[in-house]
Design a protein around this ligand. Structure first.
Ligand code: NAG
Ligand code: NAG
Ligand code: NAG
Ligand code: NAG
Length: 386
């Protein structure tokens, strides 16, 4: 793409932003809050990076991903090797220059919703869970706890979610007063949209309880398309989508319309791409026909981490394209198609989040970057509120 073309894209984008922002009216409450530049740190062996290798100039909060409560008691049972990993994680992040805050995240993208719904709907298990999260956080030196319940399945579970947050915050306040320690941070990873409108019963997050009880939420603005749609290519982190509501702009706007405080909304960015095998070499855009997923990497079927995408593109002399329809990046090499975000499309997303006056951004996941390329771009483009 020529510089001229890129400038015209940016102008189009800015016009879009201006029209978008003038239609959103909720109160501005952002300016006195510290920015969040977050990233999840997966502890599994496929994506392990030693905490000492984390460039802490690029982040403010790093999440240990993940710890799971016992599925019968809802308490955490930490074995010795995990305990060592947790202590290493927090002490390393706190002693780096500059230090960053460390939270642990509980849950994840696995098939655990039943475990969380059972806990949240049962008063005694809720209490076990809440007390156990606080105990683990203090014992291992965390600054806070992140809830990654994917996802509450119906309106009743959304009510349980609200009650869980209410009791959790009350306990965190109580513990802070009893120990004279600062309150633990409480955050949550949530769906890209405030409403679930695609699968299962329509349901909305309990925004009032979130505003009152959580420090912020991490909206997962990715995974819009993938291996479950093997016959059509897609931008899995489309910033806009002319044809559907499955996009970051729709999702973030839905949160704002639902009443979330902008100071509590943090935008997710993916450090991975989704791959397809094209049906027709002459039809290779976003939404082109495909016959299957493409290559798979450490992240599973049809998924390549950003550094794997970069390696693939280089090795196969791929053509990298910017898609105007979704404001995202894709690459094509032969019949292989990869949708992902590079520095340019990440910078646009950062501009978008700032235009919406959000609190910050986060990555899934820290170790998928290549030499901090994308993390650095995001950090540089984020101007901050302080
Ligand atoms: C709890 O987890 C264990 C081990 O993963 C499993 O065998 C068991 O079925 C689970 N129980 C419930 C109630 O989900
Ligand atoms: C775990 O550590 C504790 C105390 O540090 C020790 O008593 C226990 O034997 C250890 N357990 C295992 C399985 O190594
Ligand atoms: C997108 O959502 C709005 C309501 O938020 C609805 O009116 C519209 O029909 C939806 N568009 C599509 C393509 O589903
Ligand atoms: C890579 O692709 C470009 C055009 O996209 C072509 O000009 C060049 O010769 C290719 N290089 C190799 C090593 O295949």
């Amino acid at each position: 793409m020529s510089t001229l073309q890129f400038i015209s894209i940016i102008c189009t984008f800015l016009l879009f932003l201006i029209s978008f922002i003038s239609t959103s009216t909720s109160a501005v409450d952002t300016y006195s809050y510290e920015s969040i530049k977050g990233a999840y740190w997966p502890s599994d062996r496929f994506s392990y990076l030693p905490p000492s290798a984390i460039d802490t100039t690029l982040f403010t909060h790093v999440y240990y991903a993940f710890l799971l409560p016992n599925n019968v008691t809802s308490k955490f049972m930490i074995d010795n090797s995990t305990a060592l990993q947790l202590v290493t994680f927090t002490s390393t992040l706190h002693s780096k220059k500059p230090p960053v805050k460390a939270l642990f995240s509980t849950g994840g993208g696995g098939d655990l919703p039943f475990q969380f719904s059972q806990m949240a709907s049962t008063p005694s298990l809720r209490r076990n869970f809440i007390l156990s999260t606080i105990e683990v956080a203090r014992k291992f030196g965390f600054d806070g706890i992140d809830l990654d319940w994917e996802y509450p399945q119906n309106p009743q579970e959304m009510q349980d979610y609200a009650i869980l947050l209410e009791e959790w915050r009350a306990e965190v306040i109580k513990e802070s007063e009893a120990t004279n320690c600062p309150q633990l941070l409480l955050s949550a990873a949530v769906y890209f949209s405030a409403n679930f409108f695609l699968h299962g019963p329509f349901r909305t997050y309990p925004v009032a309880s979130i505003n009152k009880n959580l420090d912020w939420i991490n909206a997962m603005c990715y995974d819009y398309h993938g291996s479950w749609e093997p016959t059509i290519t897609g931008s899995h982190s489309a910033l806009i989508d002319p044809k559907s509501n499955i996009s970051t702009s729709y999702g973030l706007e839905s949160w704002i319309k639902a009443g979330i405080l902008r100071s509590k909304l943090v935008m997710g960015l993916p450090l991975y791409g989704k791959t397809w095998t094209l049906k027709d070499l002459m039809d290779s855009g976003v939404g082109a026909p495909a016959i299957d997923v493409g290559p798979s990497g450490a992240g599973g079927k049809g998924v390549l981490f950003y550094y794997e995408v970069e390696d693939f593109n280089k090795k196969n002399n791929a053509t990298v394209q910017f898609d105007l329809g979704t404001l995202s990046t894709y690459s094509v090499a032969g019949n292989i198609w990869i949708g992902y975000d590079d520095s340019r499309s990440t910078a646009l997303r950062i501009a978008f989040a700032q235009a919406l006056r959000l609190r910050g951004y986060f990555f899934w996941a820290l170790s998928f970057d290549r030499d901090w390329q994308i993390s650095e771009t995001a950090s540089r483009f984020w101007i901050g509120w302080k």
